[in-house]
Design a protein around this ligand. Structure first.
Ligand code: GAR
Length: 189
């Protein structure tokens, strides 16, 4: 079995979708969920689905090896950032492959401060006709690193942040688990 660790900071609807997708998977299992926010709903979602969930502090994440060691002990093969809002320290990037999802078509609407509804607000403000998602590998900078996949959706003139976010979430639910699966179990063509 290939073990995944999910990192999330908020609601965790992507984390839930990924957990459900891999529930009975023959090769991939979600080992655990990790959050930098003790009140994040993702921790409850994980618990409800019978997946271990953990909270960690910035100190533990940035200044100690605690988390890194724990993930190595668990034989994690891939870290998946599913709405995780902190920059990942370089030590992690050196040890683990890390996949992130971003709710826009990078390099547009990426970088520091561009997350969740801020992204959709900016897209609407600029009257874009199209947005989408980017699933990519993480390197030492925000929203950089090789793209695995982009998927697009229209933006309508009467969209609100909520309607656009809902459309983007649908793309995320469809493509994110499959991108993880393709990464860990590439099909031979
Ligand atoms: C998702 O839309 C994800 O793309 C975004 O946060 C949302 C989390 O939703 N991630 C970022 O903005 C990262 N820069 P969820 O908690 O319901 O999965």
């Amino acid at each position: 079995m290939k073990n995944i660790a999910l990192f999330a900071s908020g609601s965790g609807s992507n984390a839930e979708n990924i957990i459900k997708y891999f529930e009975n998977h023959p090769e991939i299992r979600v080992d655990s969920v990790w959050s930098n926010k003790s009140s994040a709903f993702v921790l409850q979602r994980a618990l409800n689905l019978g997946v271990e969930s953990h909270y960690f502090t910035r100190h533990e994440f940035i200044e100690t090896d605690k988390l890194l060691n724990e993930l190595q002990k668990r034989k994690i093969e891939l870290i998946v950032l599913a709405g995780f809002l902190w920059l990942v320290p370089p030590e992690f990037v050196k040890v683990f492959p890390i996949i992130n999802i971003h709710p826009a078509l990078l390099p547009a609407y990426g970088g520091k401060g561009m997350y969740g509804s801020f992204v959709h607000e900016a897209v609407l403000q600029n009257k874009e006709e199209e947005s989408g998602i980017t699933i990519h590998m993480i390197d030492k900078e925000y929203d950089k690193g090789a793209n695995l996949l982009q998927a697009r959706c229209p933006v309508f003139p009467d969209d609100s942040v909520d309607t656009l976010a809902a459309r983007i979430h649908e793309l995320e639910y469809e493509y994110f688990p499959k991108a993880i699966e393709d990464y860990l179990c590439p099909k031979t063509k």
